[in-house]
Ligand binder design. Structure first.
Ligand code: UD1
Length: 423
């Protein structure tokens, strides 16, 4: 039951380096279990979701060694396509074991996924995809069972909703399917492309990732490889927003600027100075803020390349002290405003009507005890805490640890007054 205590009102200065992308990592690790040899996955974030996967894989018989950045992983010794019920229930991305195990073993047993409660979050499209590839699926005591004793067969699959999870899961299974699979209306997020690149690195043929039509020619031999994961666009965006919120001059390193265009555009629209650069080794984004109250802006979450839903909560904290009202329209998840009552407790004025939150700018926020109800709600409260006068104590830090590596260390290196306490 740890808490983050932030004494706000201090501007941030210096450089922070972004870790590997969580949402790419949680797709690539189950994919690595499919390779017919060991893989070395580099630039992994040291976050709870990665460590949970490690425990799940070991229980399934895989060999896994992780030094906090780089993981040696081999699924060669695995004989068991059954994921531990309790561990799986703790993370959303465990659903990727459905595609990877079904492909590799012809059957999979995965408990219905846990993760952040930000809406209904069905997995009907994942199931539709597996069934289109020839699997039979059924639910047994909270465990999703899938079987394809005669193997999988390529198919044309149209996703009714753009879904990151369904796109990646179907890609994982389809690399085992005989013939061609076409995923139409596929998600285009950078982590979808990263998983596709990794699959190609182990010998699969996945073309078109990053567009809305992905073609997979299945049935190829999969071998081990070394692969470095892309930087985390959401972590980068969170530090850019935090820099704007706290004031100061922050350089966010190890980023891919094109992945950050939506958040860069919003910060610039508000009047912040955002510049991108390349020092010959890495790309970086520099955010400068003079602490003045910026203009109100409207934010509408959309699939990539639109404004990411994962940054909706952090940017809403920033909007609380804008000069004019801002509107935030959440189009992806139906219940992603759980941070709002806590921002209001800190002095924000926000009214919510369905999927639209109207944020009326106030002079400032004041610190108080608050609770992270999910991962990005936690990030939102961190941003609010950096802006607020006095101490903000954020309970349920474990949500934040699921997606941010060493958040207090990184913020402290920028001059923030942040500590982790045991109660
Ligand atoms: C992933 C990300 C999450 C991000 C989200 C949207 C991971 C591990 N998580 O979540 O951080 O917020 O993408 O960018 O990568 N849907 C269905 N049926 C399905 C699947 C999804 O209706 O079978 C709906 C969802 O309810 C939601 C929308 O599709 O409204 C998008 O969800 P999806 O992209 O699948 O999100 P996740 O993969 O869960």
């Amino acid at each position: 039951m740890q808490k983050l205590k932030i004494r706000g009102g201090k501007p941030l200065f210096g450089t922070v380096s972004v870790s590997g992308a969580k949402n790419a990592a949680v797709g690539i690790l189950p994919a690595a279990l499919m390779a017919g040899g060991g893989c070395v996955i580099e630039n992994l974030p040291d976050i709870e979701d990665v460590r949970l996967f490690m425990d799940i894989f070991r229980k399934m018989g895989a060999d896994v060694e992780f030094d906090g950045t780089s993981m040696n992983i081999s699924g060669e010794g695995m004989r068991n396509p059954k994921a531990d019920f309790e561990l799986v229930g703790r993370m959303r991305a465990s659903y990727y074991l459905l595609g990877s195990m079904l492909g590799r073993f012809g059957r999979a047993e995965v408990a219905l996924p846990g993760g952040c409660f930000i809406g209904v979050r069905p997995i009907d499209l994942h199931i539709k995809g597996m069934e289109a590839l020839g699997a039979t699926t059924w639910l047994e005591r909270g465990v999703l069972m899938a079987e394809a004793p005669k193997g999988l067969k390529g198919a044309d699959i149209y996703l009714d909703t753009v879904s990151v999870g369904a796109t990646i899961n179907i890609m994982l299974a389809a690399v085992w399917a005989q013939g061609q699979t076409i995923i139409a209306n596929a998600a285009k997020e950078p982590h979808v492309v990263d998983v596709a690149n990794f699959l190609n690195c182990i010998g699969a043929s996945v073309r078109g990732a990053g567009t809305d039509v992905i073609r997979i020619n299945g049935g190829r031999e999969l071998r081990g490889c070394s692969y470095a994961i892309i930087p985390d666009q959401i972590e980068a965006g969170t530090y850019m927003i935090a820099a704007a919120a706290a004031g100061g001059d922050v350089t966010v390193r190890n980023v891919i600027p094109t992945h950050l265009e939506a958040v860069t555009a919003k910060l610039m629209e508000m009047g912040y100075s955002v510049t991108e650069g390349d020092d010959g080794r890495e790309f970086y984004m520099q955010v400068r803020s003079d602490g003045q109250r910026p203009r109100g802006v409207n934010v509408r979450t959309l699939p990539y390349p639109g404004f990411p839903t994962d940054l909706q909560q952090p940017i809403m904290a920033l909007l609380t002290r804008n000069k004019d009202a801002s509107q935030v329209y959440e189009t992806i998840f139906e219940d992603r405003f759980k941070h709002v009552p806590y921002l209001c407790r800190m002095g924000a004025e926000i009214s919510v009507s369905g999927r639209v939150a109207t944020v009326y700018g106030v002079d400032g926020l004041s610190g108080c005890p608050v609770t992270a109800t999910d991962l990005r709600a936690g990030a939102s409260l961190v941003v609010a805490g950096l802006m607020a006068e006095g101490v903000t104590a954020i309970a349920n830090v474990d949500y934040i640890d699921r997606g941010y590596e060493n958040i207090e260390g990184k913020l402290r290196s920028l001059g923030a007054d942040v500590e982790r306490t045991d109660n």
